[in-house]
Design a protein around this ligand. Structure first.
Ligand SMILES: C[S@@+](CC[C@H](N)C(=O)[O-])C[C@H]1O[C@@H](n2cnc3c(N)ncnc32)[C@H](O)[C@@H]1O
Length: 261
């Protein structure tokens, strides 16, 4: 484990916000660690439906870095599938839950306390970098995407799940207020969103800018999936309704691969 000091405004603010809300995420962590099959995002879409992960034969033995692991259940699933995960998170309180759940489930992998924009691991040491609502929204893409490119081996995969750009454009300033069915923010210039309730800072780029950034950092984009809630979907988050998510994509999965040349 390595202790890293938060080194920029958003990292310090997000550390404070996540330390303060870690207790609210224990139940989800416990449930997901215990789940037989991975389920993704706010609608718990089963892996068999979303096909977010690489094929099983590729996962077995793969070196994986999870960027912003929270309670660590994604890495727990990957370890269960035979991968060798390393997980980093900025919040010691979240990692405390992750450590407890590792012990409970008898699955161990390195947990690093630090900033996913600067991971203390050598270049080209991973086959897969993954983030479900972790670095993928809480780190500056102009910092964490180059870092993921550095960490991945040629041909390595990057897989992220994020709240959609459209959702951000329809989100009021107050994060607990329901997302509206009208545009409230500009798309041009979308990058950093500061939430007034807890001071946390979230990042989203318009698709064109994200594509340009990924390509500049040596990635080929393999797919963008706009997530639809399953038939029987429910969510514990009050800011998103099923009606909204049935009409528009509220989540996106991006898959990219680091070029081999
Ligand atoms: C929503 S959780 C993601 C974990 C899990 N997949 C989930 O959806 O609950 C977001 C996590 O990102 C972490 N995070 C925020 N900024 C980070 C940073 N700069 N580096 C690493 N982790 C960060 C937070 O501490 C938090 O645990």
């Amino acid at each position: 484990m390595s202790e890293a000091r938060p080194d920029s405004d958003h990292v310090a603010r997000n550390r404070a916000a996540w330390d303060a809300q870690a207790a609210d995420h224990v139940a989800t962590g416990e449930r997901n660690w215990a789940a037989g099959e991975p389920t993704w995002g706010i609608w718990d879409v089963p892996e068999s439906e979303l096909r977010l992960l690489p094929p099983a034969d590729e996962l077995a033995g793969a070196d994986v870095i999870e960027l912003g692991c929270g309670t660590g259940y994604v890495s727990g699933w990957l370890a269960h599938a035979g991968a060798r995960p390393v997980a980093i998170d900025n919040s010691e309180a979240q990692l405390e839950t992750a450590r407890r759940l590792q012990r409970k489930h008898g699955i161990e992998f390195p947990l690093i306390h630090g900033n996913a924009e600067r991971v203390p691991r050598p270049d080209a040491s991973f086959d897969l970098a993954i983030s479900e609502y972790g670095a993928s929204i809480w780190c500056d893409p102009y910092l964490w995407i180059p870092e993921a490119a550095r960490l991945l081996r040629p041909g390595g995969r990057l897989i992220i799940l994020v709240g959609s750009v459209l959702q951000m454009l329809c989100s009021p300033d107050e994060p607990e207020e329901p997302v509206e069915s009208r545009l409230l923010r500009s798309q041009f210039g979308l990058h950093r969103i500061e939430w007034p309730d807890d001071g946390s800072v979230e990042f989203h780029l318009p698709h064109g800018e994200l594509i340009a950034l990924l390509r500049r950092e040596g990635f080929e984009i393999e797919g963008l999936t706009e997530v639809r809630p399953p038939t029987d979907a429910t969510t514990r988050y009050e800011w998103m309704t099923l009606e909204w998510a049935r009409r528009w994509p509220c989540e996106e999965v991006w898959k990219a691969r680091k070029r081999s040349d």
